[in-house]
Design a binder for this molecule. Sequence first.
Ligand SMILES: Cc1cc2nc3c(=O)[nH]c(=O)nc-3n(C[C@H](O)[C@H](O)[C@H](O)COP(=O)(O)OP(=O)(O)OC[C@H]3O[C@@H](n4cnc5c(N)ncnc54)[C@H](O)[C@@H]3O)c2cc1C
Length: 387
Amino acid sequence: MIEPKSPFKGEGYYDFIISGAGCAGLSLLLQMIDSKKFTDKKILLVDKEEKNKNDRTWCFWESEPGLFNSIVFKQWSKLWYHDNVYSKLLEIDPYKYKMIRGIDFYNYCFDIIRMQKNIDLQFGKVENIESENQKATLTIDGKKIASDYIFNSILFKRPELKKQEYYLLQHFKGWIIETDCSFFNPGEATMMDFRMEQKGGVTFVYIMPFSETKALIEYTLFTENLLTAGNYDEALRNYINQVLKIDSYKVVDEEFGIIPMTNHRFGSAYNRVINIGTVGGQTKASTGYTFKFIQKNSAEIVSQLIRTGKPFLNKSSSRFHFYDSILLNILYHRKLSGPEIFTPIIKKNKPQDMLRFLDNESSLTEDLKIISSLPILPFLKAAIKQL
Ligand SMILES: Cc1cc2nc3c(=O)[nH]c(=O)nc-3n(C[C@H](O)[C@H](O)[C@H](O)COP(=O)(O)OP(=O)(O)OC[C@H]3O[C@@H](n4cnc5c(N)ncnc54)[C@H](O)[C@@H]3O)c2cc1C
């Protein structure tokens, strides 16, 4: 059942405003369109950018084809894990590790959105979002627009942290390189390679090969502060030369990104404003993975809207939030290195169980099995602190 018309409706009033046309805004809108249940609703999508740049690539795993399967750029079912003394090739079937390029995602979504008569687009800077009793308003380039609900994915300011809340940065620089000779196996990606200095905090490289001669190589850190631009380049050069032993290659593209890793509880909704995406708490604090959580959250919002006319969801289980907080505590205080945390999990568990755990989809018994593979003492101390 869809909610009855609001008393404020009229020219320039929307049923829904989607504030931010990034991963969360576009995923939600595409799922609304796909359901065909909102064709009589007036929807406004706003962003400050026209989304015509390949500003990121999303990697995630899933066992079934998702809504965006037709634009998956590349996928792998074998993933390498390396530290200085241990290597393992993880066979993750029925999961596939998938990559979607930002530009393909934006083009695909906007092509569909532009065909919808009930959806308006506006490009400009959102200055403010407010919620009153029966409507929500958004100020864009000085102009106020009202709607029944606003779905917001814009972070207006960094959150103020409470006790035992952490805010680490997952920051990475990636190069797409082309080698002269065949070097990569396009059927096997590298999820985590720790064969490098760990003194600044958890530091690893992941590799997504597109062909035998072309791959994305991403140098990644979980730390409080960023490096200088030159530090990332130097680390990438060293890794390619010393670990991969490639001396002849050219860099054909690059990306830089920062993902907040925080156990801060972003409010998921206040009155008529519903936070989505990273701002809605959809970034997993301990890994930075967000894409799949956004898809699940969008599907839940759409189904709730169709069933009740309202977009509010029940609070999700805090069990996984607690696990994430413990890991953030360990990372923040540098109690263990990356390999000390991840190698035991990889060694002692099936990759499918680990992926389900990272998806927040495992049962308590399955969680205990994964947790029991970790070094007990530091995790126990961190757990007591977080409690
Ligand atoms: C480079 C990079 C790579 C990533 N890779 C992965 C990955 O491989 N796997 C994964 O799961 N997650 C990944 N993430 C994390 C996460 O999936 C992305 O950050 C994702 O885009 C988050 O979606 P979102 O909608 O919350 O934010 P965004 O996609 O950033 O969307 C927010 C939108 O709001 C707009 N906006 C911001 N301020 C304003 C304003 N004042 N007025 C108007 N518009 C505004 C922006 O232009 C943007 O379009 C990556 C993040 C980055 C930065």
